[in-house]
Write a new protein. Sequence first.
Length: 275
Amino acid sequence: MTEDQTVRYDRIADGYARHWAPVIRPAALRVLDLLAERVPGPRHLLDIGTGTGTLATAALRRWPHARVAGIDGSSEMVERARQEAEASLDPAARGRLELIPALAGQLPYDDETFDVAVSSFVIQLVPDQAAALREAFRVLQPGGWFVYSNWLRDRTGPGGADRILEEVLAEFGFDPPDLGGATGDAASPRAAADGLRRAGFRDVRATPDAIEHRWTPRSYAGFAEHFAEESLFDDLVERERRDLRRRLVAALSAASAADLEMRLPIVYVEGRRPA
């Protein structure tokens, strides 16, 4: 994360937890399924960019003898992960969890600390992705696996609910929202795999997939107001915010079922540090 991204995620941590983390959760958990195919019983797992703790808490439940460390550039996201752990894990599991604010490009761990590492939809946010991948390589023990998910660059342009959001914002005199994805989204599965190989990993595999989700008018409006376009909504006075929210819900309610279906391309990337 850049400093600006860290500040933004500190600000939108609650909106992320409520409106976006549940949408990407099934795809995020697939990272652990892929890891389990490589390593039946991890001992010490690093979750890079833990966010609200989806992977960290799931890993603790899945592997009752593993220790898990979760880092995130946003201290507010780390706090949300800590709250999730308090709510969903028993005391023994919480005792195996470490959560700290830290950056993916500057991991605060010694060489060869972990036997596995995972990450979910974070690498695209890192300004120097090559450095982050080298850091993952550095802290892994020889033979250790790194599995992560990333967005694939979507060249189709906004559609469905995103297009409706653009139209409603235009009605209110606002510029189109920036919904094109982060510039760090992987250009292709091959490009993602090549990046992992350049960091030193071997046995690399990149598998394309997609996140599919069906919005309701109100769930998409909540996503727009509290996550995707939170800064715009926050700048409005309450009456303006209420009017914009109502108009967006009305426009979405008049849309077709297809317009409320979201499909975003992603890629899963796996690699092993040579023994």
